[in-house]
Design a protein around this ligand. Structure first.
Ligand code: PLP
Length: 362
């Protein structure tokens, strides 16, 4: 398809139901499918962990949006990441960002490293660090851009080049940018992962994950692990993510517009010592000039921004990464500044959001 992303999000994965004419896909709850003779199913499906028609619509949509050949849906973002890591030999060496999402760091450092995986946590925004760390023997480089929670950006094409030069795969967690703003496969990445709990779902009502790849052999491994380890999403959850995707472009457009205005207002606020905004997307972080206690207090004073973990939904959220989303990395290389506050900008009227932050920051 050559349509723009705004069109793709509305149509990806599904046209019209051929039997009923329904314009949205049905939710197929059946766990098992009839067979004509042993091992010869009537249709394309046998058992709903291995494959489900509602999930397949979502998986096709995910592949289309990321410009990849194969899409896979999972029960959570971390389940998706776990399967990507399981494609490696257990004693492989990988490079992860020094400011990776806390759950990703925990999955690598406390689950896979326990089984022999070696890793180094590196600033992938620093070309020197990229050159020094992505060396022979590294089989996977894990990248987030923008990063969480400091919203630094990484030159994905450059990191892809460094990874491929040593025979490593590049994985990009595209949760923050979404395929509306960035399509990593086109920049040279081999694997895209998502927490579809965030922007793809977009309404704080479904936990899910996604993997998209181009390579057929890698897709076979992921399909095998999706079925063999079994962390699949329920059909209703697939339907909710798909429903969210239909408005992804318009939500991200509004969230980005709001985030830009909020970043500018924070720049002018004397209680803010630093604004971290990459210039695109709906996430804004800032350092409170008053330190940790003042940052924590501000998080408790907002009325429209709800104090909660997660991000990417229609409602605005505020959180304190050091005590909340990134508590698991305290005392590690990935530790977060305690005066940092992270905002997920929703689709409300921006003047109301700015007024809310200004009263909270006084
Ligand atoms: C939330 C998140 C994850 C984990 O996804 P879950 O759906 O919570 O399992 C991974 N990466 C990023 C960047 C996230 O924000």
């Amino acid at each position: 398809m050559t349509e723009s992303i705004e069109t793709k999000v509305v149509h990806a994965g599904f046209g019209t139901d051929p039997t009923t004419g329904a314009v949205v896909p049905p939710i197929h709850l059946a766990t098992t499918y009839a067979q004509n003779s042993p091992a010869s199913p009537v249709g394309d499906f046998e058992y709903s962990r291995s494959g489900n028609p509602t999930r397949q619509v979502l998986e096709n949509a995910l592949a289309e949006l990321e410009g990849g050949r194969h899409g896979f849906a999972f029960a959570s973002g971390l389940a998706a990441e776990d399967v990507v890591l399981r494609t490696l030999p257990s004693d492989a060496r990988i490079v992860i960002p020094h400011d990776a999402y806390g759950g990703t760091f925990r999955l690598v450092a406390r689950v896979h490293a326990e089984h022999g995986l070696g890793f180094s946590a590196v600033d992938l925004g620093d070309p020197r660090a990229v050159e020094d760390s992505i060396t022979d023997g590294v089989s996977m480089v894990w990248c987030e851009s923008p990063t969480n929670p400091t919203l630094a950006t990484v030159d994905i094409a450059a990191v892809a080049g460094a990874a491929h030069a040593v025979g490593a795969l590049l994985v990009v967690d595209n949760t923050f940018a979404t395929p509306v703003l960035q399509q990593p496969l086109a920049l040279g990445a081999d694997v895209v992962v998502h927490s579809s709990t965030k922007y793809l779902g977009g309404h704080s009502d479904v936990v899910g994950g996604a993997v998209v790849v181009n390579d057929d052999a890698l897709a076979d491994k992921i399909r095998f692990l999706q079925n063999a380890a079994g962390a699949v999403p329920a059909p209703f959850d697939c339907w909710l993510v798909l429903r969210g995707i239909r408005t992804l472009a318009i939500r991200v457009e509004r969230q980005q517009e709001n985030a830009r205005a909020i970043a500018a207002a924070l720049e002018a606020n004397p209680n803010v010592s630093k604004v971290l905004y990459p210039g695109f997307g709906g996430m804004v972080s800032f350092l409170h000039a008053g330190g940790e206690a003042a940052a924590v207090a501000a998080c408790q004073r907002t009325r429209l921004f709800t104090l909660a973990e997660s991000l990417g939904a229609v409602e605005s959220l505020i959180e304190h990464p050091a005590l909340m989303t990134h508590a698991s990395v305290a005392g590690t290389t990935n530790e977060v500044d305690p005066s940092l506050v992270r905002l997920s900008c929703g689709i409300e009227a921006v003047a109301d959001l700015i007024a809310d932050l200004e009263q909270a920051l006084t």
